[in-house]
Design a protein around this ligand. Structure first.
Ligand SMILES: Cc1cc2nc3c(=O)[nH]c(=O)nc-3n(C[C@H](O)[C@H](O)[C@H](O)COP(=O)(O)OP(=O)(O)OC[C@H]3O[C@@H](n4cnc5c(N)ncnc54)[C@H](O)[C@@H]3O)c2cc1C
Length: 404
């Protein structure tokens, strides 16, 4: 019987396995992943990863390896305008390091992060079983029984569901969600440009939703471009010229000539919050527990916070000789993470509704709000420390760069 079985070998699943195994090497930990072995190599995306999460990667011994591919975000500017406006007025700027000289976030290519996490699993003897889906889950009392798509059954004292926003395990455990769709999709692509970005990230609030330009290493930026779902699908399917013309209208000419790389995909956007994060012998983490709008680039970062809190909960319980899959133990994790998640879900929902429209009185009010935040340094530094995960008296140890 395994001690911990992680279902889902994405960023959150792999880091949960590494975090637990690193602090408690005697525990038997495995990962089950539905996708084939090298599917992750084809992900062209990059993610904004906050300072606190890079500290956790440091504790895993991975930051030194990822950092050469990671672009520090040195400054962030926020604008609010119509798509056709020739100038996008800046209402808010953030800059500077938050703590230990670290910038508040880095842009990290997904492949660099997953490659490092997979090697960390291999180094710690964590087996990843590929091409297998979890299809059944049963709490038998002393353990959980997980059925896989090949008919095999695995027993584990604790199952960690990291199987994404449409989590099958969440459904199998009977955990309900609060869910709605925004009717928007996020187009993700990479743009090459003539001039350097100097580490500046830009978030342009346009009537269809936020248009984010996020700096990558070299003269390249990653885009998260929000449109109504039917427009996004049309744009993604359009030929290169139409796509680049629409892109240029939004991107502007500040960085000189631009060229979009052919990889582009649209992700439908919604909000999904699990009503419970735990059940007997089961803990949800990452998007399985919460899928949020990418307006603030915090989805995966919330998942990393889950990992840090869950690993600390499980490892400390194990040290005390407690049953790591019992509801009594797992409740500490649920209490620890539920409020922060709910708050972030509500914040992203309100921000998206407030900024994804062109109603003049709302626009005036939101621009006033941005202006106020911009002029009060204390408030600004509070927001930036919050976004970087640098504040909070109850921060899990891994996020402060400490071992469990
Ligand atoms: C457009 C866009 C931009 C974003 N940008 C950012 C950003 O800049 N910063 C940020 O922090 N977040 C960002 N996010 C959010 C981030 O991508 C997600 O929060 C993150 O991918 C969640 O990771 P995860 O491991 O929980 O889930 P996933 O990445 O969805 O991984 C789930 C894994 O489980 C596997 N799986 C699924 N079902 C099963 C099953 N039954 N059995 C076994 N395996 C299974 C899947 O194959 C997959 O590998 C963005 C999201 C979008 C849509």
């Amino acid at each position: 019987m395994l001690d911990v079985l992680v279902v889902g070998g994405g960023y959150v699943g792999l880091s949960a396995a590494v975090a637990i195994k690193q602090a408690a090497p005697h525990l038997a930990v495995e990962v089950v992943e539905a996708a084939p072995e090298d599917a992750w190599k084809r992900d062209p995306r990059a993610s904004a990863i906050i300072a606190a999460a890079t500290k956790m990667l440091d504790v895993f011994g991975l930051w030194g390896r990822i950092e050469p591919d990671a672009q520090p975000i040195t400054r962030m500017i926020v604008t609010d305008s119509k798509t056709s406006d020739p100038v996008r007025p800046v209402f808010l700027t953030f800059d500077g390091a938050v703590e230990d000289g670290r910038p508040f976030a880095h842009m990290i290519p997904n492949v660099s992060m997953v490659a490092a996490l997979r090697d960390a699993c291999a180094d710690r003897g964590i087996v990843i079983r590929h091409g297998l889906r979890a299809t059944g889950f049963r709490d038998t009392g002393p353990s959980a029984e997980l059925t896989l798509s090949d008919g095999s059954v695995i027993q584990a004292r604790l199952v960690v569901a990291c199987d994404g926003v449409r989590s099958r395990l969440r459904d199998l455990a009977g955990i309900r969600t609060v869910t709605w769709q925004y009717g928007q999709s996020g187009i993700v692509t990479t743009v090459e440009h003539e001039r350097p970005h100097d580490g500046v990230a830009e978030e342009h609030f346009l009537p269809a939703g936020p248009f984010a330009i996020l700096p990558l290493k070299g003269n390249r930026s990653s885009l998260v471009w929000t449109e109504r779902t039917e427009d996004a699908d049309r744009l993604v399917a359009s030929d290169g010229l139409v796509f680049e013309a629409e892109l240029e209208r939004r991107f502007g000419h500040k960085l000189g000539t631009i060229r979009a790389t052919p990889d582009r995909r649209a992700f439908p956007l919604g909000l999904t919050l699990a009503r419970a994060f735990i059940a007997p012998r089961l803990a949800l983490a990452g998007d399985a527990a919460h899928g949020i709008h990418p307006i603030s680039g915090q989805g995966l970062n919330l998942g990393f916070k889950d990992v840090a809190a869950l690993a600390e909960t499980v490892v400390e319980a194990d040290r005390l000789g407690l049953d790591i899959g019992s509801v009594n133990v797992l409740d500490r994790y649920q209490v620890w993470r539920r409020f922060d998640t709910f708050r972030m879900g509500v914040t992203t929902d309100v921000l998206n509704r407030l900024f994804s429209n062109d109603v003049t009185p709302i626009r005036v009010l939101r621009d006033l709000g941005l202006g106020v935040v911009d002029r009060i340094p204390g408030l600004k530094s509070y927001f930036i420390r919050e976004a970087a995960g640098a504040s909070g008296h109850n921060r899990p140890r891994l996020l402060g760069g400490q071992n469990i």
